[in-house]
Design a protein around this ligand. Sequence first.
Ligand SMILES: NC(=O)c1ccc[n+]([C@@H]2O[C@H](COP(=O)([O-])OP(=O)(O)OC[C@H]3O[C@@H](n4cnc5c(N)ncnc54)[C@H](OP(=O)(O)O)[C@@H]3O)[C@@H](O)[C@H]2O)c1
Length: 276
Amino acid sequence: MKNSTTIGFIGAGNMAYAIISGLINNDFSAENIKISDTNESLLSLRKKEFNLEVFTDNSELVRHCDVIVLAVKPQMLSSVCQLLKQALNSNTLIISIAAGVRVHDIDRWLGGDCAIVRTMPNTPALLNQGVTGMFANERVSSAQKELATSILNSVGQSLWVTDEVMLDAVTALSGSGPAYFFLMIESMSKAGVALGLDEKTAQLLSIQTALGASMMASVSDESPRDLRANVTSPNGTTQAAIESFQDQDFDMIVAHAMRAAFDRASQLAAELSDSD
Ligand SMILES: NC(=O)c1ccc[n+]([C@@H]2O[C@H](COP(=O)([O-])OP(=O)(O)OC[C@H]3O[C@@H](n4cnc5c(N)ncnc54)[C@H](OP(=O)(O)O)[C@@H]3O)[C@@H](O)[C@H]2O)c1
């Protein structure tokens, strides 16, 4: 990414903090990052943390930037966008990280004909371990796509989808996914306690096992299925547990849960579209 590109964040909350930290850790100059928020004490904190220019007027910020990252809550997006119309120029790239708000609605609120990338990051972005799905409308150039990739890669990994509805699938998988793993950690901890371990020990064993397994899956050339087979000796303890999961149709439980998340993502997008 060209270090002369100026990136402005509207909303100085958790996600903006994570992405700005990622950019600065990747040697992007703080001089070229600007931020606006309605919360002045949060702005002072960000100024102190990163030594960057801050604004209380979103339109003023937009006038100084090549890229605008919309980092307010989804319910705020319609009013924020509608007040930006006059300040935008046709070359500004808009990147939205707001969950569930469709590109068509953002474009409509901004007055039309904007280059917009809609993204779906996830919470581990706060630790630079996120994964982000991204979708671009037809106005976004390949150089702007590269720029968006570099920005989101600063908090983990990213990938593009070519059909916006696939962002609902990304939401159902990686967007909501951290909570599924937290649930698994909770369940394994509770089951460990039922088997006689104290709560602290059971939780530590569950968390470290999740971390270790995830790291193995991410660095190994073998598929998760092969890794599982490698640790499942015939007639052993792991096989007993896996067979018990399969008797309860574990795949189907996960598939139903993710279908519910997918359907809810599309309902929420429709509700947010009607909210203006
Ligand atoms: N956190 C996550 O893990 C995560 C994951 C994926 C996607 N996202 C998306 O990322 C976006 C930001 O989430 P977040 O967790 O960073 O939210 P957040 O911490 O609440 O930050 C949003 C900030 O925007 C400020 N704000 C409200 N109205 C504004 C306005 N008109 N102009 C400028 N700033 C305004 C808020 O101030 P007040 O608090 O005073 O209202 C707050 O400081 C959301 O749309 C969310 O869907 C978050």
